[in-house]
Ligand binder design. Structure first.
Ligand SMILES: [Fe+2]
Ligand SMILES: [Fe+2]
Length: 175
């Protein structure tokens, strides 16, 4: 992997930070898939959730390869990773809580995908500036394209679930 004469460590740090989020989102999709399989109303979402989870896993693997290609260690602990872990602690908690419905998981997924999409946008900009090799830049841009689709789809599903919930609630009479 080529990289212009820049400070390598902070760039590797950004890759590690992205990898941590991708792992957390993969877990969130796991939780959403389990819910969708067990709730009749959401069965039609399973196929898409599984497809997106596979793409998130591929992002984790790609980032790991990129970190190694630049001489980094994907298992290292850095300040950016600590910050990202603190930021996404709520998303991880959603995966562990026992009594939540799929719309709540979709809400957490939406928050995660907003960060995921913004993170890839930043990383692609940074990768162009540090003159990352064409091949890696193309792979990063492919990931960004996938993130756009994830974000739009999760937003649509959350919006649909929220509208259904709100419309199903009778409006209380006003005095
Ligand atoms: Fe991702
Ligand atoms: Fe995503």
């Amino acid at each position: 992997m080529t990289l212009a004469e820049v400070n390598r460590e902070p760039f590797i740090d950004k890759l590690c930070e992205r990898q941590v989020l991708e792992e957390a989102i993969t877990e969130l999709y796991e939780r959403a898939i389990r819910h969708a399989r067990s709730e009749q109303d959401f069965g039609q979402l399973v196929e898409k959730l599984v497809a997106f989870q596979q793409q998130e896993r591929a992002h984790v693997d790609m980032l790991e390869q990129a970190i190694r290609a630049l001489g980094g260690d994907p298992a290292q602990m850095t300040p950016s990773i600590r910050v990202m872990r603190a930021e996404i602690a709520g998303l991880a908690a959603v995966c562990e809580s026992a009594d939540i419905a799929l719309p709540h998981v979709l809400s957490a997924l939406f928050a995660g995908e907003l960060i995921d999409h913004a993170g890839w946008e930043l990383l692609c900009d940074l990768a162009r500036e540090v003159e990352l090799s064409e091949e890696w830049l193309r792979r990063f841009e492919d990931a960004l394209r996938e993130e756009r689709v994830h974000l739009a789809w999760v937003r649509d599903q959350l919006s649909k679930a929220t509208r259904e919930e709100v419309m199903a609630t009778p409006v209380p009479p006003t005095a």
